[in-house]
Design a protein around this ligand. Structure first.
Ligand code: FES
Length: 182
């Protein structure tokens, strides 16, 4: 019996909406495992990171082993295996960015946030990591914050970027009548 099956019910750790989305997605591809990367991204968006339980269920849905899922996931810097802040800041320090001042930029983020590589700020708003090329080398140095790219940066850009994301939390919070939390 599959780990997701208990009696006549099929259990899922995902929301009913995401579970239904996965059902559709796995039918779309002639080879089921082709759905792996989009499933990992959607799961991470919902759960926050790729926990063992997330990878086990995805493996089960794609007839893979959890180790096969982990091996693929570990290749991609946008996928993570532990919780991150609401805004996950990835600073590229690969060659093009490095030559254009990525380490000064990264240092400034560390100073402003008071955390290092893979650290999360005490309020849970930001996490920081140093990553390999994120594919925008022509506009180096560049960073990625969740799904947003920011490029051609200097250390002086850092406070403004952080403020924009802090403002986002406040505006989300007032839109939801003060109910949103970081
Ligand atoms: S080297 Fe930084 S984006 Fe490619």
């Amino acid at each position: 019996m599959s780990p997701r099956e208990s009696g006549s019910e099929t259990m899922s750790i995902f929301s009913p909406q995401l579970a239904a989305r996965f059902d559709v997605l796995t039918e779309k591809y002639p080879v089921k495992r082709s759905a792996l990367i989009p499933m990992l991204l959607y799961a991470q968006d919902e759960v926050g990171y790729l926990s063992d339980a997330v990878m086990a269920e995805i493996a089960d849905r794609l007839s893979l082993t959890p180790l096969e899922v982990r091996n693929v996931a570990s290749y991609y810097s946008m996928l993570r295996f532990r919780p991150a802040g609401k805004f996950n800041i990835q600073v590229c320090t690969n060659i093009s960015c490095m030559l254009r001042g990525a380490y000064d930029l990264y240092e400034r983020f560390q100073e402003e946030l008071g955390v290092g590589h893979k650290g999360i700020t005490a309020d849970g708003v930001f996490s920081l990591e140093e990553v390999e090329c994120i594919g925008v080398c022509c506009w180096a140095p560049a960073i990625q914050v969740n799904y947003d790219f920011h490029d051609d940066l200097t250390p002086e850009s850092v406070p403004g970027i952080l403020d924009r994301y802090r403002d986002k939390i406040h505006s989300d919070s007032s839109r939801n009548g003060g109910a949103a939390h970081a």
